[in-house]
Design a protein around this ligand. Structure first.
Ligand SMILES: NC(=O)c1ccc[n+]([C@@H]2O[C@H](COP(=O)([O-])OP(=O)(O)OC[C@H]3O[C@@H](n4cnc5c(N)ncnc54)[C@H](O)[C@@H]3O)[C@@H](O)[C@H]2O)c1
Ligand SMILES: N[C@H](C(=O)O)[C@H](O)COP(=O)(O)O
Length: 349
C-alpha cells in the first residue's frame, strides 16, 4: 500500500498557516504520507524566508503527486493570491483565494489524487466581510461542497491532561464532538431537536467505527442546562428533547449514556469509560478539550465522503510572521488524517 496523499491548505494567508506548513515539512524527517500544499508557492517561499526556514517549494501540475515524502521539499498545487499578503494584516481581497484552496483540495479528494485534506486555519470574519454572509467555518462549507446533509465537528487530543491521573482502559485519547457548531449562544437551545441530536449521534457512532476502528463506541452525552436541567427546574430541554432522543438511540442499540451534567462529565471517572463525549455547544466541549491539550489536538469533520482534519487553533494573527507559532497541532492533524486514511484503505481491501 503506497502512503496516502494529503492536500494541505494554507488557510488565511495573513495568519500562521503558511509558516506552519513550511516549518512542518522542514522539521519532519519521515512521514507515512505524501504532503502537497494547496496555495500560493510565492507566499510559502516568502514566509519560509521570513521565519528562517530552509525549504524547497516546488510547483506541481494539479493532477501530479510526488513519488514519496522528501524532508525539506514542499510540493504545491498552486492557487494564486488575489492581493499581496502581509502577516497579521487581513484583507477581504484574499477571501476568494482561501475559498479556492478549499475547492481545489475538496476536488482532489473527491476525484483524486488526494486521499484526504488537512486545513490550516482560516479567518471566518474576513470571509464573511468579503461577502460570503452565510460562511461559518470549514465544517459547514465542506458539508455543502461535498453535498451531504449533516456533518459533525469532533476534536481529539492524545495524552490529555486528565489521562495522567487515572489508569485508562485502552486509548488515552480525549474526543469531543459537538451537537451544534458555530452558532450564537442565543440560538443553541432552539437548534437542538430530537432529530438533529439523533442524526449527530448516528454520524459520530458510524465514523468512530469507520475511521477509528471502535466496534461499539460508548458515547457520553452532556446536558444543555446546569446540572442537566435539575429535573426540569433549571431548563426543560433535557426532559423534552435530549432524554427521549437518547432513549430512542438506545432502542436502536447504540451505547449512549446521558444526559450527564457537563461540569462533572469531564472528570477521569467518566472519561475512562468513554470513546467520545458529545457536547451540546462549541465552548461547552472545546474549552475542556483545549484546556486538556491545546496545541496537541486535531479537528476532524465526521460525516463527509472524504477525510478532513485540521488544527485545534486559529489564525493567531499576533504570531504571524514571527516564527514563534508551534506546529504541534498541524502535526497531529496530519497524523490523524494518516490514521484515518489507513483505516479507510483497510475497509476497501
Ligand atoms: N481550523 C480553523 O480554521 C480555525 C480554528 C480556530 C479558530 N479559527 C479562527 O481563527 C481566528 C482567530 O481565533 P482566536 O483568536 O479565537 O484563536 P487563535 O487560536 O488564533 O488564538 C488564540 C491564542 O492562541 C495562540 N496560538 C494559536 N495558535 C498557536 C500556535 N500554533 N502556536 C502558539 N500559539 C498559538 C494565539 O497566539 C492566541 O494567543 C478566528 O477567525 C477564528 O474563527 C480558525
Ligand atoms: N471550532 C473550531 C475550533 O475552535 O477549533 C474552529 O472554529 C474551526 O472550525 P472549522 O474547522 O469548521 O473551520
Amino acid at each position: 500500500m503506497s502512503s496516502p496523499v494529503l492536500a494541505l491548505t494554507t488557510g488565511e494567508p495573513a495568519g500562521i498557516g503558511p509558516e506552519l506548513l513550511v516549518k512542518l515539512v522542514a522539521d519532519t524527517v519521515s512521514l507515512p504520507a505524501r504532503l502537497v500544499a494547496v496555495g500560493d508557492p510565492d507566499l510559502l517561499a516568502e514566509r519560509a524566508r521570513m521565519v528562517g526556514v530552509d525549504i524547497d517549494v516546488r510547483t506541481l501540475d494539479k493532477g501530479r503527486v510526488p513519488e514519496s515524502f522528501s524532508p525539506g521539499v514542499l510540493p504545491v498545487w498552486p492557487v494564486t493570491l488575489r492581493a499581496p499578503s502581509r502577516p497579521g494584516c487581513l484583507t477581504v481581497d484574499n477571501a476568494a483565494y482561501v475559498i479556492e484552496t478549499l475547492d481545489v483540495a475538496v476536488s482532489t479528494c473527491l476525484h483524486g489524487p488526494a486521499d484526504g485534506m488537512v486545513t490550516a486555519p482560516l479567518h471566518k470574519g474576513i470571509i464573511i466581510d468579503a461577502g460570503l454572509s452565510g460562511f461559518t467555518g470549514h465544517t459547514e462549507y465542506l458539508r455543502d461542497a461535498c453535498g451531504v446533509e449533516g456533518v459533525v465537528m469532533m476534536l481529539a487530543t492524545q495524552d490529555p491532561l486528565h489521562a495522567r491521573q487515572v489508569a485508562w482502559q485502552g486509548t488515552r485519547s480525549l474526543r469531543v464532538a459537538l451537537a451544534t457548531t458555530h452558532l450564537p449562544l442565543r440560538d443553541v437551545a432552539d437548534a437542538i431537536t430530537g432529530e438533529s441530536l439523533e442524526n449527530v449521534v448516528h454520524i459520530l457512532h458510524t465514523d468512530l467505527q469507520r475511521h477509528f476502528g471502535i466496534e461499539s463506541p460508548h458515547i457520553l452525552v452532556c446536558g444543555l442546562n446546569p446540572h442537566a436541567g435539575e429535573d426540569g427546574h433549571l431548563g426543560r430541554e433535557e426532559l423534552e428533547v435530549i432524554i427521549p432522543a437518547l432513549d430512542h438511540l438506545r432502542d436502536q442499540g447504540l451505547h449512549v449514556t446521558g444526559p450527564l451534567p457537563a461540569d462533572t462529565l469531564f472528570t477521569p471517572r467518566h472519561l475512562a469509560r468513554a470513546d467520545a463525549v458529545l457536547a451540546m455547544y462549541h465552548d461547552q466541549g472545546l474549552a475542556v478539550l483545549k484546556y486538556a491539550g491545546f496545541g496537541r489536538g486535531a479537528n476532524i469533520t465526521l460525516g463527509l465522503p472524504i477525510i478532513r482534519t485540521s488544527v485545534d487553533h486559529g489564525t493567531a494573527l499576533d504570531l504571524a510572521g514571527t516564527g514563534r507559532a508551534e506546529t504541534g497541532s498541524l502535526s497531529e492533524a496530519v497524523s490523524m488524517a494518516c490514521l484515518m486514511a489507513g483505516h479507510a484503505f483497510q475497509t476497501h481491501d
